[in-house]
Design a protein around this ligand. Structure first.
Ligand SMILES: Cc1cc2nc3c(=O)[nH]c(=O)nc-3n(C[C@H](O)[C@H](O)[C@H](O)COP(=O)(O)OP(=O)(O)OC[C@H]3O[C@@H](n4cnc5c(N)ncnc54)[C@H](O)[C@@H]3O)c2cc1C
Ligand SMILES: *[C@@H]1O[C@H](CO)[C@@H](O)[C@H](O)[C@H]1NC(C)=O
Ligand SMILES: *[C@@H]1O[C@H](CO)[C@@H](O)[C@H](O)[C@H]1NC(C)=O
Ligand SMILES: *[C@@H]1O[C@H](CO)[C@@H](O)[C@H](O)[C@H]1NC(C)=O
Ligand SMILES: *[C@@H]1O[C@H](CO)[C@@H](O)[C@H](O)[C@H]1NC(C)=O
Ligand SMILES: *[C@@H]1O[C@H](CO)[C@@H](O)[C@H](O)[C@H]1NC(C)=O
Length: 583
């Protein structure tokens, strides 16, 4: 117990550093601690407790939701991970977490049945602690189709933006990408805007001017301290349901969570019909937890020895991941580090973005090994390897590729990646249980490019990238002796470019799309609105339970989803509060 107390003291201190440092006004130490007494280690949590709202998952939507609901109620936020550590908050080291495959990693690696290596968050702040920071809203049409109240949507986006969104300083490589997109016909120039509109624009970012990341955990600073308890390292294993007189459905009345020592804790909803359990455990976590709790396809649950409370065949269905394909463009000049800042939104539904830089900020004395390790999002270290078709990306193959990269001259790492992601997508798959262990990844299938429409969008995206590479605007960052063709297929001279590939690649963009497919981590679905939850995000067939996170999306919003995931947390928090106090 003494150890646990020491850990929680350290947690509070770390939280003070993490959250306090982002405070615009100087707070005294006492005020900071007062603000953060609500952060607790699971081992220190009581065995039984009671709340108005129990939120499962302290991620990108769970944090703004918890902060909002805490204004007038007693809220418990349960997160299976810990606090984001310092490295995650620095732009230069942000891929360290993705490369960390240890059981304590804030990024839990998974490999989808498609064979593409992927990752899911396991940390307070969720995906916003791991991501590339790009911030951009959903289109007005997306908002209309979702049936959301557009005014509340806008005020919720603004609430998010005031807390943690910045305008990026655009370095030369990103500026060249912007100009090249315009030259390639992705017009008009929309300047700097959060809006999702056709053309080329500069978007927002959650990295500030010093390259420091701000995350969804920052929203907790806006919580009412007495209204919120956050428990870290708490893995929820089950939602508790009971029957209630006069209600023809199972009613959620609490959850069970395990701490790292395996002790099971129970949390119950306080009495009152308006109290609720809310899942915000993400695209993998929310359907998984519904199934573990007996809500899902009956035969599948029974095959895992779970009694089906509600036969709900749609739980875990309609899961999708936007395929991402990228091209590395070697540069004759050193290129500074930049994460996504510019996006080209084409009429045909492919979105073009870029990340650059490898040498910037890295001491010259460091070896090529360090360069390779920090080479950003697309490296064998993070599992993002396009040199091999998906199913061949085994741990051994990733290791071989990492070793090969270490032998390269550092000049090989100069340059940047131009990537494309497609709208939608329309191809979908599913999330299914593999085991009943809540800590284990479920099985996930995305069926990339199963639908021809998706493949066509990818091909058009690659063709746009080819025009970008060949443009005059981008010429400072390409070798004058390198043709577009050679960049795609000359593995001797461009060894980092996701090659060796066979000679046919440059002639078959379809093949390039299929064989170099990676994830942009925008997976979504599994608890669709209209299939698993209703328009108010209440789970069909039960009472007292909602799902509010990326699992409810049929299509990924905007070019990148986090703005809308955060917005939804705030939006639903405001709506649930209004319902609660309505006479
Ligand atoms: C590497 C990477 C780069 C990305 N780049 C961008 C980008 O530049 N721009 C952008 O807009 N989007 C980006 N995204 C996508 C975006 O971050 C995600 O769409 C978003 O974070 C999803 O939010 P969520 O709330 O649905 O899930 P999450 O943020 O993952 O939150 C779910 C939380 O629930 C917790 N949890 C799960 N199961 C349990 C359980 N049983 N008990 C307790 N807790 C549980 C998890 O630990 C996690 O913290 C990126 C994502 C990644 C990973
Ligand atoms: C954080 O970054 C430093 C400096 O590169 C590195 O030595 C350390 O191992 C990193 N820590 C983690 C937890 O990744
Ligand atoms: C919401 O904001 C968008 C711009 O982001 C604007 O186009 C739209 O008209 C706004 N809607 C309302 C109802 O204010
Ligand atoms: C290329 O770089 C030179 C020198 O920095 C600059 O003057 C020129 O404008 C750049 N060209 C383009 C097309 O941006
Ligand atoms: C292009 O030129 C550079 C030097 O400017 C050289 O190192 C490289 O090998 C050349 N590449 C090709 C494909 O000829
Ligand atoms: C390349 O294309 C030719 C002609 O279409 C075909 O015969 C050959 O099998 C292809 N090679 C590979 C490796 O796909």
């Amino acid at each position: 117990m003494a150890l646990c107390r020491a850990i929680s003291a350290a947690l509070v201190l770390a939280a003070a550093v993490l959250l306090g440092s982002l405070c615009p006004v100087a707070l005294s130490e006492d005020e900071r601690l007062e603000n953060l007494r609500f952060v607790q280690h699971a081992s220190d949590a009581p065995l039984v407790s009671h709340f108005n709202y129990i939120i499962v998952g302290g991620g990108t939507s769970g944090c703004p939701l918890a902060a909002t609901l805490s204004e007038h109620s007693r809220v418990l936020l349960l997160e299976r991970g810990g606090l984001p550590h310092a490295n995650m908050s620095s732009q230069e080291h942000f891929t360290d977490a993705l490369a960390d495959t240890s059981p304590a990693s804030p990024a839990q690696r998974f490999v989808s049945e498609d064979g593409v290596v992927n990752a899911r968050a396991r940390v307070l702040g969720g995906g916003s602690c791991l991501n590339a920071g790009f911030y951009t809203r959903a289109s007005n049409e997306y908002v209309r189709t979702a049936g959301w109240d557009p005014r509340l949507v806008n005020s919720s986006y603004r609430w998010v933006e005031r807390a943690l969104v910045f305008r990026p300083g655009v370095p030369p490589w990103q500026a060249a990408l912007r100009d090249a997109l315009l030259e390639a016909g992705v017009t008009p120039d929309n300047g700097f805007t959060f809006d999702h509109v056709t053309g080329t624009k500069i978007g927002g970012t959650i990295f500030d001017g010093n390259g420091q990341r701000h995350t969804a955990a920052d929203f907790l600073r806006h919580a009412r301290p007495r209204g919120l308890t956050v428990v870290l390292y708490a893995t929820v294993s089950r939602i508790l349901f009971r029957s209630q007189e006069g209600v023809p459905y199972p009613v959620a009345y609490g959850v069970v969570f395990g701490d790292p020592l395996g002790v099971q804790h129970r949390v119950y909803l306080r009495d009152g019909a308006k109290n609720e359990v809310i899942l915000a455990a993400g695209t993998l976590g929310s359907p998984q937890l519904l199934m573990l709790s007996g809500v899902g396809p009956q035969a599948h649950l029974e095959a895992h020895g779970i009694q089906a409370l509600v036969d709900q065949p749609m739980v875990g269905q309609g899961v999708a991941d936007n395929p991402m394909n990228s091209v590395f463009i070697p540069s004759p000049v050193p290129v500074g580090l930049s994460l996504v800042q510019v996006v080209g939104i084409t009429k045909s539904g492919s979105f073009i973005e870029g990340v650059s830089g490898s040498e910037f900020g890295i001491p010259v004395s460091d070896s090529a090994r360090r360069l390779a390790a920090s080479f950003g999002l697309f490296s064998p270290q993070t599992g993002q390897l396009g040199t091999l078709p998906p199913k061949q990306r085994t741990p051994e193959a990733l290791q071989r590729a990492a070793d090969a990269m270490r032998r390269l001259d550092r000049r090989a790492f100069r340059g940047g990646f131009i990537l494309e992601k497609i709208l939608g997508p329309v191809s979908t798959g599913h999330v299914e249980l593999r085991t009943t262990d809540p800590r284990a990844n479920p099985a996930v299938l995305f069926n990339y490019f199963q639908e021809a429409e998706d493949l066509e969008r990818c091909v058009r995206g690659i063709q746009t990238i080819e025009r970008v590479i060949a443009s005059r605007a981008f010429s400072n960052f390409t070798y004058s002796n390198a043709s577009v063709e050679s960049i795609f297929s000359d593995s001797a001279n461009f060894p980092v470019n996701l090659l060796p590939r066979h000679a046919n690649d440059s002639r078959s963009p379809e093949q390039y799309c299929r064989e170099t497919v990676m994830t942009i981590w925008h997976y979504h679905g599994g608890c669709h609105v209209g299939a698993v939850v209703d328009d108010d995000y209440r789970v069909f067939g039960v009472r007292g339970l909602r799902v509010i996170d990326s699992s409810t999306f049929r299509y990924s919003p905007g070019t990148n989803p986090q703005a809308t995931v955060m917005m939804l947390g705030r939006y639903m928090g405001v709506k649930i509060q209004a319902e609660r106090w309505r006479k």
